[in-house]
Design a protein around this ligand. Structure first.
Ligand code: PMP
Ligand code: GLU
Length: 397
């Protein structure tokens, strides 16, 4: 008997985490699977950050922290936003959570009422529409295909806006496509948003530092909308700290206070030791971030080159994050023995079972013609994975 709530029955499980779990299960059976499914840096957390956490344990940071995070961490984030992004915030405009995932969800919960529409450009990160559904809102998907580098235009945004529109969730650099909105493109979107005062912009900038086009551009830089932008960011990707679970929002105080109220009843402040580690990440030396960025750029060039050598794939050149999102619909309708490929998820399952490479079908990213590979792994793994994918795809007739 299924006794779960309607709310949970409506929720889909996370496809990224599911594929990663499947890959780990095969590995546990002794199968040599290369995991390009989950998106997380393969680097270890830098030593000076680990040392700060060890010191925090020794200094007895073992009690509840304030709900939005320690003042010192919020101050370090305020300074980061000023120095790196040229944006002014006060510590009261910052709220830290258990990863950027909770930060996005808090913000959605804080502003969305039943029936409110939330515009989500597709391809999107798998969790956005599910979070909106959790808040009883309605996701409004605006598609952007590979031919427009997976980015929506101001015209598309304008056309999607209705009196019920409450928010836009914009992710740049993007998961799953790696696309990055330029300053001019963001300005075009900001001009549309400036005309619609009810719309809150949730700007997911978690891949800020994994950017191959130079300086990160935030949509919060446009004065006419800044008081309606909620920046979401965190330490997971830039500092290789996915397991530490620290994310934050920076935005208008009324939304931040709302998130604090929610978090105060739901999870309390995030892990005390992780907060001290995150403070060291933001306030400490930044060379590690650039070193990892360079490694990601080298791997990006490698995987794009190899993917373009595979017949049947259409491959863009991502400008950020650590994902490649090739179009694979030319394989739909083809088969190899019992394996019939009708969707991108079928293709991902085929690549896992036959090629022993874990990827994620684009269906759950709102783009059923593509599939996602995370290249946050070694050059050797990338080379071997692409060899296996090429081989497996060549058997589809
Ligand atoms: N936003 C996007 C676009 C992501 O890819 C991720 C990675 N899971 C997150 C948010 C959440 O990151 P965190 O690990 O900090 O929860
Ligand atoms: N952001 C990562 C991904 O998309 C981590 C998994 C998740 O949180 O969904 O693979």
């Amino acid at each position: 008997m299924n006794q779960l709530s309607d709310r949970l029955n409506r929720l889909s499980p996370s496809a990224t985490l599911l594929m990663s779990q499947k890959s780990n299960e095969l590995k546990a059976q002794g199968i040599d699977v290369i995991n390009l499914s989950v998106g997380e840096p393969d680097f270890n957390t830098p030593d000076h950050i680990k040392a700060a956490a060890i010191k925090a344990v020794e200094d007895n940071y073992s009690r509840y922290s304030p709900v939005p995070g320690y003042p010192a961490l919020r101050q370090a984030i305020v300074e980061k936003l000023k120095k790196e992004n040229g944006l002014e915030y006060t510590p009261a405009q910052i709220s830290c959570a258990n990863g950027a995932k909770q930060s996005v969800c808090n913000a959605v919960m804080a502003i969305v009422n039943e029936g409110d529409e939330v515009i989500i450009p597709a391809p999107y990160w798998v969790s956005y529409p599910e979070m909106v559904k959790l808040a009883d809102g309605t996701p409004v998907i605006v598609p952007a295909g590979i031919e427009q580098d997976f980015k929506i235009t101001p015209k598309q945004l304008e056309a999607a806006i209705t009196p019920k529109t409450r928010a836009l969730i914009l992710c740049s650099p993007s998961n799953p496509t790696g696309s990055v909105y330029s300053k001019e493109e963001l300005k075009g979107l900001a001009e549309v948003l400036a005309k619609h005062e009810r719309i809150i912009i949730l700007a997911d900038e978690i891949y800020e530092h994994i950017n191959y086009v130079g300086k990160h551009e935030s949509i919060a830089q446009f004065a006419e909308i800044k008081d309606r932008v909620v920046i979401i960011n965190g330490v997971s990707k830039a500092y290789a700290m996915t397991g530490w679970r620290i994310g934050f929002i920076a935005g208008p105080e009324w939304i931040v206070k709302g998130c604090n109220k929610l978090q105060g009843q739901y999870t309390s402040g995030p892990c005390s030791v992780s907060q001290k580690a995150a403070e060291a990440a933001y306030a400490g030396p930044q060379e590690c971030v650039e070193e990892m960025r360079q490694a990601f750029e080298r791997r990006k060039n490698l995987i794009v080159k190899l993917a373009r050598e595979i017949p049947g794939l259409e491959v863009n050149d991502p400008q950020g994050a650590f994902y490649l999102f090739p179009k694979c619909s030319s394989f739909f309708g083809k088969k190899d023995g019992d394996h019939v490929i009708n969707t991108a998820t079928d293709l991902a399952m085929y690549l896992l079972e036959v090629g022993h490479v874990a990827t994620v079908g684009g269906d759950d990213f709102g783009s059923p013609e593509c599939f996602r590979m995370s290249y946050a792994t070694s050059d050797e793994n990338i080379i071997e994975a692409m060899k296996r994918i090429k081989e497996a795809l060549s058997h589809l007739k």
